[in-house]
Write a protein that binds this ligand. Sequence first.
Ligand code: EPZ
Length: 422
Amino acid sequence: MDSILVTGNGPLNGQIPIAGAKNACLTLMPATLLSEDPLTLTNAPRLSDIKTMTALLQSLGAEVSSLQDGQVIAMSSHNLTSQTADYDIVRKMRASNLVLGPLLARFGQAVVSLPGGCAIGARPMDLHVEGLEALGAEIELKDGYLHAKAPGGLKGAVHEMRFASVGATENIVMAATLAKGTTVLKNAAREPEIVDLVECLRKMGAQIAGEGTSTIEIQGVDRLHGATHQVVTDRIELGTYMLAPAICGGEIELLGGRMSLVESFAAKLDAAGVSVEETDKGLKVARKNGRVTAVDVVTEPFPGFPTDLQAQMMALMCTAEGTSVLEERIFENRFMHAPELVRMGAQIEVHGGTATVTGVECLKGAPVMATDLRASVSLILAGLAAEGETTVSRVYHLDRGYEHVVRKLEGVGAKIERIKGE
Ligand code: EPZ
């Protein structure tokens, strides 16, 4: 297994291009199942999760080709041969469950493995099931698989979700595009990735309104046609690299970044003493005056502070002046980066869903282990600011969500290299 060696090397300066959003692409790709016509995505990120979704769609009989070094994904599900998403793929990536709604809508049946737990939590699918059942689906759990059918097709309904789940919103919206009648989805998630999905579905002929608000209304249509869609910029990659100059000093322009994607996060950085300024190319980020100050963080559904940036923000707070309290309200076990940061000299106390961080002047490099996607990059950020060398092992987690990390950080002056493992 490969590792990444980072050596603290002072301020970082220059530009970092931000890729298309992993979490948008992972819901846009299953949308191809809704139509016989081709769906083409541009500005797609080059990530292992995208390869996993490609393999899943191909296992269903879809044609998926990756063009222009992976930045274009051309898909067609004209001749599907299966409606079963196998455990061996779904267990690797929870987002595989996003084929459930489209398969049910187009074919009236789907068999999708429950994803099983993952490092950050149990991650059940009850909200997905409740929403699809509200549209008339009959769903039964058997041998670890959800067996879903809608023999007479799905019917529009008014449904309020108990929690604004991103994935459940995506599954229900995709299913409702081909349901008979009108669906009103209440307490819907508002993430930019959902707005991006709806914009793509609309290009395919879907009739949807309200995306980005808590109430989304979908008029079912008989069929959807093909489209070409550009994947929205990745706000989590954007937020992650905004923290590089915050933790190391210097000034970095994040190309393709937009303030509208990271408003609550940028506000927190501003309160901590980091300026974020919109330019015609993206976002320019720099510390206002020396060491940042501690701020408290509570993770919430969009537009609140993103849970996917909590680990990275904790790394910054480890070097801040003062004490910061970070409350993780979305996942039940998303502080696994904390003991690894403590190995680097951080002062962190975790009690249940709350981590209290007392900033230190300087972290010390150390061998640390990545435990999940966002924890892995939080350790790299800490290593960039630490004295000495930090080796981050199990970087396969990193490859799931960050393309060309070494190249992007080297480009702004970081001392970082990837060490080939056995
Ligand atoms: C999406 O996961 C993202 N993944 C996650 O990003 C992100 O952390 C999460 O949304 C929250 O923003 C993709 O988009 C591929 P949820 P998702 O359904 O859809 C509970 C990353 O790092 N829940 O909003 O799975 C669930 O257990 C990943 O890129 C139920 O209880 O998130 C969790 O505690 C990590 N029942 C909370 O809701 C359900 O049926 C949020 O889950 C569904 C979810």
